[in-house]
Design a protein around this ligand. Structure first.
Ligand code: FES
Length: 130
């Protein structure tokens, strides 16, 4: 989707230019995928969990600037959190922490929330022994 970087605030632009925790993770404890059915953008989130706490995180997002910034910020938000705390993070929390998104881009943050839930579901399904 075409977009103008001028529409984004400095926090969003910072995450967009220097995404945190971007890349793949080898042998993660949980992997979550999310896809926006409207635009087709996707996010894949990897988590490493120790004693019920997310100790490492990585993401790959193929999508618009808002989706990449939301993904980057979401990884910072969940790193160090317990599984239960991570599940409490909503797309509204992500948009708020980003200092807001243009109205037409609010939905892009849902990718990150969905990917967090999917990664936790995958982690729980695998039933990692601590
Ligand atoms: S336009 Fe697709 S996630 Fe933003």
């Amino acid at each position: 989707m075409e977009e103008s970087p001028g529409a984004y605030n400095p926090i969003v632009l910072d995450h967009l230019k220097q995404p945190r925790n971007m890349g793949e993770m080898e042998d993660p404890d949980g992997v979550g995928e999310a896809r926006n059915p409207v635009c087709g953008d996707t996010m894949r989130l990897f988590i490493r969990v120790e004693s019920n706490r997310i100790v490492d995180v990585a993401f790959l997002t193929f999508g618009c600037g808002a989706a990449i910034a939301s993904s980057s910020l979401a990884t910072e938000m969940i790193k160090g959190k317990t599984i239960e705390e991570a599940l409490e993070i909503s797309d509204e929390n992500i948009v708020h922490a980003l200092g807001g998104l243009p109205a037409s881009k609010i939905h892009c943050s849902i990718l990150a929330e969905t990917a967090i839930r999917a990664a936790v579901t995958d982690y729980r399904k695998k039933g990692k022994k601590e």
